[in-house]
Design a binder for this molecule. Structure first.
Ligand code: MF3
Ligand code: CO
Length: 260
């Protein structure tokens, strides 16, 4: 069942979507060669607490951290650790924040130092595909229109789309109906209507679309160990338009000319 939010609920939910966006902006300040992913997790955990929020990831189904850390071939759900980020890595930071009873969910994949042109174009295409999906998420459109738009955009450019993981509805819970896949046929699935809040989150691979889950039960990586990228926004469908509730503006402020 899809929970449609009232205008008041949407206003309340802005606390969470703003805070998750600011959290990624704060983490962005620390991303550079030499930092451990555990340090990034600590920064995020403290920032969320200091701002009256709560990490929705910490403890979720036993997930042990505030941030999901996605270095190079990690697709989603990597754990923070003593791993040091190196020049040339890419790192996705995915997190969900709860505030005032609602959730905000966002993800951004960052270059660490200087990255290869191949990785840069993977990041660009994945991020662009998020906005292509958002463009397709107009009131009256269907979930399949989003899915098909993302898939077509990425596959035309030679990338593959992870199928096992999807975007999702969001609200008082991190994951609500409907599922929002990044592949599929136009015209199918739920119709987008006033008050729906959804997350679009393309997970796009440089090589094949196949993934494996590591023995920790969480860490999801590409089978061929080629890089994967991931970007995510939380959106709300209104009567006459779709609004992006999260923003990468805080990240852009930090990265400036390094913002891609
Ligand atoms: N942001 C992610 C999602 O949309 C993942 C959070 S998983 C958790 O599913 F376990 F860390 F919470
Ligand atoms: Co999500």
């Amino acid at each position: 069942m899809i929970y449609l939010k009232t205008p008041e609920e949407i206003e309340t939910m802005r606390s969470a979507t703003t805070l998750v966006s600011q959290t990624l902006g704060e983490v962005a300040r620390w991303i550079q060669p030499g930092v451990t992913t555990r340090k990034l997790d600590t920064i995020a955990r403290e920032f969320i607490m200091d701002n009256g929020g709560k990490s929705a990831c910490l403890g979720y189904g036993g997930f042990p951290a505030t941030l999901c850390i996605e270095v190079n071939e990690i697709v989603v759900h990597g754990f923070p650790s003593d791993r040091i980020l190196m020049d040339g890595d890419i790192v996705g930071i995915d997190t969900v924040v709860e505030k005032d009873g609602f959730m905000g969910d966002s993800c951004y994949t960052f270059p660490v130092g200087e990255i290869s042109p191949e990785k840069m174009s993977l990041l660009r295409t994945t991020k662009e595909s998020l906005y292509v999906g958002i463009e397709a998420a107009k009131p009256g459109a269907r979930i399949g229109d989003i899915a098909n738009a993302v898939q077509t955009y990425c596959e035309r450019r030679g990338y593959s789309v992870v199928r096992e993981m999807c975007g999702h509805g969001i609200g008082r819970k991190m994951h609500e109906s409907p599922e929002v896949p990044n592949y599929g046929r136009r015209g199918i699935g739920a119709k987008l209507q006033n008050g729906m809040c959804i997350c679009i989150e393309p997970m796009i691979n440089m090589g094949s679309r196949n993934i494996v889950i590591e023995s920790d039960g969480w860490t999801c990586r590409t089978k061929d160990r080629k890089p994967s990228a991931h970007y995510e926004h939380t959106l709300v469908i209104l009567n006459d338009r779709t609004e992006i509730m999260t923003t990468f503006d805080y990240i852009e402020e930090v990265l400036q000319d390094r913002f891609i």
